[in-house]
Write a protein that binds this ligand. Structure first.
Ligand code: BG6
Ligand code: MG
Length: 220
């Protein structure tokens, strides 16, 4: 029984949440309110446009469509300044080893990210060439928790959704994987990601027989 893997990017392969945080915080401060790390949690896995809506709700600020577009643009420019400084040393612990393992087992993997900057980030950390396919914020019409991004991923893998394993750090992402009828792996806080089929604190914690025994048994 063939399986394939779909990886979220931000929070699973690299920790870009801290850069999103700095960029959103600057915007919030500019608009006259505080933006905390706890607020930032609400933006994980969420599209850029939706992130701005949530941020404006937090500050109880309403803006014209034109202003929103302007702030989306400036936030991303600010964010990209951090991204341009990224390198392979920012790949999260366990990610390279996991990709090596999948390569050795002949298990194909693709990216399934909400980010429009995903290809750039992968290039910055020298991982772009490793994925058999990339589904990102430019290729979907409906954001997570809609399953679209992962369903396109399954198509790229030439597999049925039931044969796909999704690695996610965000509630919206776990929900999307579950809706897609895939096996969801929550990476991060177990309580936050309790809807996932499996939970691990980080990619370093995945058992050695996960893809050879645990997952095949679950699929059968
Ligand atoms: C997700 C992040 O991967 O991408 C979100 O978890 C982010 O926080 C979203 O808002 C969109 O990213 P970008 O790079 O297109 O602004
Ligand atoms: Mg994520």
């Amino acid at each position: 029984n063939k399986i394939g893997v779909i990886f979220d990017l931000d929070g699973v392969i690299v920790d870009t949440a801290k850069y999103h945080f700095l960029a959103w915080k600057q915007l919030a401060n500019h608009l006259g309110f505080e933006f905390t790390e706890a607020h930032n949690e609400l933006l994980k896995g969420v599209s850029r446009v939706r992130s701005l809506e949530i941020l404006l709700d937090i500050g109880k600020v309403s803006l014209s469509e034109e202003k929103k577009q302007e702030y989306l643009k400036s936030k991303n420019e600010h964010y990209l300044k951090y991204i341009m400084k990224m390198g392979p040393e920012e790949i999260l612990p366990g990610a390279n080893a996991l990709l090596d393992k999948l390569d050795n087992l002949g298990i194909e993997y693709v990216l399934g990210s909400a980010s429009k900057n995903a290809p750039l980030i992968l290039k910055q950390v020298n991982l772009f060439e490793r994925f058999s396919g990339i589904v990102d914020g430019n290729s979907v019409t409906k954001a997570k928790p809609d399953p679209e991004v992962f369903l396109i991923g399954a198509q790229k893998l030439n597999l049925k959704p039931e044969q796909c394993v999704v690695f996610e750090d965000a509630i919206a992402g776990v929900e999307a994987a579950n809706k897609a009828n895939m096996i969801s792996i929550g990476i991060g806080d177990k309580n936050t990601l309790h809807e996932a089929d499996f939970n691990f604190k980080s990619l370093t914690e995945i058992p050695h027989d996960f893809f050879t025994a645990v997952i095949p048994e679950k699929i059968m």
